[in-house]
Design a binder for this molecule. Sequence first.
Ligand SMILES: Cc1cc2nc3c(=O)[nH]c(=O)nc-3n(C[C@H](O)[C@H](O)[C@H](O)COP(=O)(O)O)c2cc1C
Length: 222
Amino acid sequence: MDIIEALRSRKSIRGYKPDQVPKEILKEILEIASRSPSAKNAQPWEITVVAGEVLEQIKRGNLEMLASGAIPNPDVPYKDFHGVYKGRQVALAIQLFELMGIDRKDRDKRAAWNQRGLRFFDAPAAIILTADISLDESATQFDLGIITHAICLAALNYGLGTCINWQAIMYPEVVRRFTGIPKSKRITMSIAIGYPNWDFPANKLESKREPVESITSWYGFD
Ligand SMILES: Cc1cc2nc3c(=O)[nH]c(=O)nc-3n(C[C@H](O)[C@H](O)[C@H](O)COP(=O)(O)O)c2cc1C
């Protein structure tokens, strides 16, 4: 797939077909994505791929934690957004809830939607990105972000969809329990991956972007 087409067409996929993704394809995607640049070529990313029963165990574990009222304790916490950033978050939620027919006041449907995120959107596989805790967190985040996007773009070439997914790693002890990822590795992000179910309403979402003119300053041009 053409790089421009990939960049333009990638979108978060939150509904998948049950079809398994062959391990060889996932390996090929990771090989391609591992060509990503990193500061000083340190390649701080470490990758864990889960499917089948292990993925099911993590999904169940996440839901049990949620139901127990456990406070999420992610290795990489995200602060609440404010101002214009919060506004964009709300705009996304409005779009998503409208497509999914979720009324803002409907607590049960909202809770069910949240649970879907904790279940990796029922994708048949998930990629978990970790980095050694000895590494500087912010620099490492940057490098892991680059490879994350590369994975999402490369996946398109194989007819696969992805959703970068923070919700599913909110309880890192669950992920550790079923994968053996040690505490010395920071669980930084996960990516749900699988064949998109294009009939799933949320997959029709076209998320908004600010125009380039409002995010860019130009100097030295005519
Ligand atoms: C770091 C990061 C974490 C994300 N975590 C979640 C998540 O937990 N749940 C979710 O539904 N989407 C998640 N997303 C997807 C974003 O909501 C999505 O990328 C954004 O709304 C833009 O939409 P698009 O990916 O369709 O272009 C995450 C994206 C990023 C980059």
